[in-house]
Design a protein around this ligand. Sequence first.
Ligand code: ADP
Ligand code: MG
Length: 321
Amino acid sequence: PTLSNQISAGEVVERPSSVVKELVENSIDAHSRDIDVAVKGSGLDQIKVTDDGIGIEPDDVKTAFMRHATSKIHNRRDLFQVDTLGFRGEALPSIASVADVDLKTSTGGEGTEIRINGGKLIGIQPAEARRGTIITVNDLFFNTPARLKYMKSPATELSRITDVIDRLALGHPKIAFSLIHNHHEMLRTAGRGNLQQVIGSIYGINKVKKMLAVKAHNNDFKLWGYVSLPELTRASRNYITIILNGRYIKNRAIADAVIKGYGSKLMVRRYPIAVINIQMDPILVDPNVHPSKTTVRVSKEPSLCHLITTMIMNRLSHQNL
Ligand code: ADP
Ligand code: MG
């Protein structure tokens, strides 16, 4: 089992930011309201996620580290209507197979602490813990030297981690997130459910005045979010965030549709800041394309893209420019 977990770790945990993503998504799925992430170095040294979610029952703690053990889907039908961020049951066993993991959790009663190193159970015992889960991942990739060679500079790995937290925070304005690097606070969101506030915390509070609220809908899609004025742009399309049914996704066609909404108003090689939420029938979405779950298949994509482009065009034409 250790070997197959290491193989799937190759797909699920490519780099420190993928670990952060999987752990924070678990905290979100556990209905946390407060999620604190602490990272040391490039994340290879230590990643620690503390949440105040539902926790794991003592009897289920070992199972959570078993391959394809998920508490989130129960049958084939669920797989076609995934409403949690996780569903493959791969993250914890994968991470634990390539790191030294300590997890402390409680559902409110007696807690449990488990330690797994390179896929080997080191110990499991009752522990005092408040409701929620604290997971600490040390020495990531210590037993997979080839993977270590693929790491970029600490600054690059850290910026990928920041990017992950930014997008998860943008998708979940009701959750208060914090990211601490070494002892330096990189991000803190209020968790008051105000998307504009989250955009402010991430991109700088003064810029929020330059963000325009947008919304639109048709029979299949409901859209809402914020787009920047054409003068507030960035040098990469990285500042366009697409959130589909609460999951941030990477989708070139949809990002292009956002840019197209600006027509000729953008300067060359400048891109808007935008956060677009899409709500649609989960039946029409397939997130099970890749283990990272950020690539999804969307039915009626052309109609969605058209709706996005016209929504932004209309909003900008109502703005006195
Ligand atoms: P998945 O998220 O796909 O179900 P994971 O390997 O990420 O698989 O997690 C396995 C299981 O461990 C989850 O289904 C969940 O029951 C439990 N779990 C993991 N992290 C947490 C957490 N922070 N709070 C509560 N339960 C958790
Ligand atoms: Mg998960």
